[in-house]
Design a binder for this molecule. Structure first.
Ligand SMILES: *[C@@H]1O[C@H](CO)[C@@H](O)[C@H](O)[C@H]1NC(C)=O
Ligand SMILES: *[C@@H]1O[C@H](CO)[C@@H](O)[C@H](O)[C@H]1NC(C)=O
Ligand SMILES: *[C@@H]1O[C@H](CO)[C@@H](O)[C@H](O)[C@H]1NC(C)=O
Length: 760
């Protein structure tokens, strides 16, 4: 049955497309369009088209995703003849927009439900309703054949300038009995067939661990192999990141650099799977991790999946690296009030965590603030250690959960310090880890039932802490009031919200619904706290921090001001970490701290090199400035002043890696921030060492995206922020096609340079 109907769809489209040819000759504009007679929709962005159709027997299939089509009669070419062998099952092969568990479908599915009477299979077809809103949003209703009132609405939203499509769906239970969901991934994406027999695609993913996050991995796709990247820890963690890119490997016959890329907006457990069939046909699926997932829909209820955003570019990985961070920034601007104004820059931050750890009090922090302000610091953040009364937070074994100021460290509360910081002209920030509790805390002693646990099963400590159940309203309300109380009383401008251990014992008690819902409720609880804080305090900045590298998925990026890329602030390590994170994180959202840290004390990394690495996003300082010499303080002041002159380019521009960091030998890395259609650029160049005396000369670096006809003022700083080593004029063409010479990087260890290009 399914076999026949699917062949029929494809053939129907082939027939009607002949008719389209004559009636549609003009090119399609950007936006979402429906065909005038067929159930076929065209999602058109600046450079891509995404075409879906239910024109046959109602199965919704993808007809094209790739470079922008100019003519509708191109539909002819989209019709893929299904194989005719009796043993090949068309519905398994079909490019269904929502492949479910059910029928003769044997590839990756994204939705599995249990209907009444124990039926666990679905068969979804277009139900005839389609709504286009503002030319950028499309909703399509599907229903489970004509068997049941189980309804699904697919949601599409296009980001026209970034060539990205955001997908999610809502399932609705229109039956009189409950329906259980056991898998509800957000989307299935279908790539076109590879164009030639010897063509290959390379998968780009990110792996990591604490202090070594966002390591870029590349894997050739092989037929018959499925790759999965995932997190099962209950939060988007640093072991992987919900991002993928699939790049066509160019060869002599076909020099394309097509890249498909995507990111999930979900700060909980997630999975992305990339499956290649024998013909090289790739299906990408992803969403909330199905492991232990469960959600029950009572009659009339609905469930909406998180967004899976994906895009296409023919400009290779650099094109993908511009688009996804821009997309995240666009939605951040839309959703986060404090981020709307392009001219409000992320403040230069000071945080004493690496310098003093838990050893802090009012007097010492005031003294640090007095030292920080003259350096040009704009935001002073007090980290862990300021709280805990009966269980003082003097190390990581006690106090989490007790959000009252430690009376020994801050006898008058936080207001005197906050006032002092404000008087010095800086904003005041404070650290919280609101979803956590140490067993040694008043909160746990009073409410042991508030942590995730199973009755009668031991609780597993990690970093001597447990996770509060943010699925419970009373827990969220309690923590919210505590945090809000401090913000109001002390006048806090910025909070850093940490999350330092994985979840376990994730379930609900005394809950008349499915206890597996806890996985989703916990994440929604986090989102709710952010939203409530932002609503109560419209000027509050919120940093999503999770050790390093966690909670910086698209969902966190679209709700917060800032993320924390890594606890590893050693600059040469940071180059690799920032290289990976820059695939999807907007430059302004990443703080880079200049610190004293280096696990190898025999290595002296110059202050200039540390600053230059931290220039790549928003600048922070985490050194123990009490121990800085007069010269170091002065040098820091001038680097900070220079950064402020350049930050409109860095924070609002696009980041390119002209030379990606490589581990081979000498570690060279060069980035470019390009701003305002090539009016200005900032180049950051790094060289760890140059071991080869003769062949060690750095080739000229070819700059991108300049105006070839313009003349640029080139200013180069190296170790002295006050005195550029070079200043001259060059044409855009020369900078782009011959390159920028940086001979000063050729000798010595840890050499770096900052170059500012300004259209004359
Ligand atoms: C579209 O709008 C109609 C009428 O307002 C509504 O009945 C239908 O459910 C909507 N369909 C979708 C897919 O949103
Ligand atoms: C819908 O019901 C009709 C009549 O029972 C049946 O012939 C048809 O195959 C059904 N369609 C689907 C998609 O289940
Ligand atoms: C943590 O601090 C408490 C109280 O100051 C102290 O008794 C304990 O020994 C410390 N534990 C560790 C592991 O440092």
């Amino acid at each position: 049955m399914a076999l026949l109907s699917l062949r029929a769809i494809l053939l129907t489209v082939a027939i009607v497309s002949t008719f389209i040819q004559s009636s549609w000759a003009k090119p399609l504009g950007t936006g979402i369009h429906k065909h005038h007679s067929l159930d076929t929709w065209f999602l058109v962005t600046e450079q891509s088209s995404y075409v879906i159709s239910a024109a046959g027997n109602g199965y919704l299939v993808n007809m094209h995703w790739g470079k922008r089509l100019t003519q509708l009669d191109d539909l002819n070419a989209m019709v893929v003849e299904p194989p005719v062998f009796s043993q090949i099952i068309p519905v398994t092969e079909a490019r269904e927009e929502l492949p479910v568990f059910g029928g003769l479908r044997y590839r990756e599915n994204i939705l599995k439900v249990e209907l009444p009477k124990g039926i666990r299979e679905l068969n979804l077809q277009f139900a005839g309703n389609a709504n286009i809103t503002d030319k950028t949003k499309l909703d399509l209703d599907l229903r489970d054949g004509n068997r049941t009132e189980f309804l699904v609405t697919l949601h599409y939203e296009i980001d026209i300038e970034n060539d990205i499509i955001r997908r999610s769906y809502t399932v609705r239970n229109g039956l009189d009995d409950r329906v259980d969901l056991s898998k509800a991934s957000s989307a299935a994406w279908h790539l076109p067939y590879a164009l030639g027999w010897d063509e290959q695609r390379e998968l780009v993913t990110l792996s990591g661990e604490w202090s070594q996050e966002a390591m870029v991995q590349t894997t050739r796709l092989s037929p018959g192999v499925k790759h999965t990247v995932e997190s099962t820890r209950g939060f988007a963690d640093h072991v992987s990141h919900p991002y993928f890119a699939l790049a066509q490997v160019p060869n002599a016959v076909n020099p394309t650099t097509d890249v498909y890329f995507g990111a999930l907006a979900w700060t909980g457990s997630w999975e992305i799977t990339i499956h290649t069939d024998t013909k090289g046909f790739v299906r990408v699926t992803g969403g909330i991790h199905h492991q232990d997932f469960g959600w029950t829909l009572e009659p009339g209820e609905s469930f909406t999946t998180p967004v899976f955003a994906a895009g296409y570019t023919d400009q290779g990985i650099p094109g993908a690296r511009h688009r996804m961070p821009r997309h995240a920034r666009k939605y951040q601007k839309k959703n986060v009030a404090t981020q709307k104004d392009e001219n409000v820059f992320h403040p230069v931050l000071y945080n004493s965590w690496e310098a003093v750890s838990f050893d802090l009090n009012e007097e010492k922090q005031m003294a640090l603030a007095e030292k920080a302000a003259p350096l040009g610091i704009e935001l002073f953040v007090v980290d862990d250690g300021w709280f805990g009364v009966n269980s003082p937070r003097d190390n990581d074994t006690a106090g989490l959960g007790d959000w009252d100021t430690n009376p020994k460290k801050f006898p008058n509360g936080l207001k005197p310090l906050a006032d002092h910081v404000h008087k010095l002209g800086m904003k005041f920030g404070l650290w919280f880890e609101g979803e956590m509790v140490n067993p040694d805390s008043d909160l746990y002693r009073e409410h042991p039932e508030w942590v995730f646990h199973y009755d009668g099963v031991p609780e597993y400590l990690s970093r001597t802490q447990l996770v509060l159940n943010f699925g419970l309203k009373e827990v969220r309300d309690y923590i919210f009031e505590k945090v809000a109380g401090h913000i109001k009383e002390a006048g806090i401008d910025y909070i850093k919200w940490d999350f330092n251990r994985p979840m376990q014992g994730v379930t609900m008690h005394n809950y008349d619904r499915n206890p597996q819902e806890a996985w989703v409720l916990a994440v929604e609880g986090y989102y709710e706290i952010i939203a409530r804080l932002k609503e109560r305090f419209p000027h509050l900045w919120f940093e999503s921090c999770s050790s390093g590298g966690g909670r910086m998925d698209l969902g966190a990026l679209e709700r917060t001001d800032q993320v924390w890329t890594s606890d590893n602030t050693r600059p040469d390590a940071r180059l690799f970490i920032q290289y990976g994170a820059s695939l999807w994180v907007p430059p302004r959202m990443q703080y880079g701290w200049v610190t004293d840290s280096s696990s190898d004390k025999s290595i002296e990394i110059p202050l200039s090199f540390r600053f230059h690495v931290s220039f790549m996003g928003s600048l922070g300082l985490g050194s123990n400035i009490n121990k800085f010499s007069k010269e170091q303080l002065e040098e820091s002041t001038h680097w900070i002043a220079l950064y402020k002159k350049l930050r409109h380019v860095i924070q609002n521009g696009d980041l390119d890696w002209l030379v990606p960091p490589s581990r081979v030998g000498e570690l060279v890395a060069v980035t470019e921030s390009i701003y305002n259609d090539g009016d200005e650029a900032v180049i950051l160049a790094f060289r760890h060492n140059s071991p080869f005396p003769d062949s060690g000369e750095l080739s000229p670096i070819r700059i991108r995206h300049l105006d070839e006809n313009a003349i640029y003022r080139v200013t180069i700083w190296q170790e002295d922020p006050q005195n550029p080593v070079d200043e001259y004029d060059l044409s855009g063409a020369l900078l782009m096609y011959r390159g920028l010479e940086l001979p000063s990087l050729n000798k010595g260890m840890f050499k770096s340079a900052v170059v500012w290009l300004q259209r004359a």
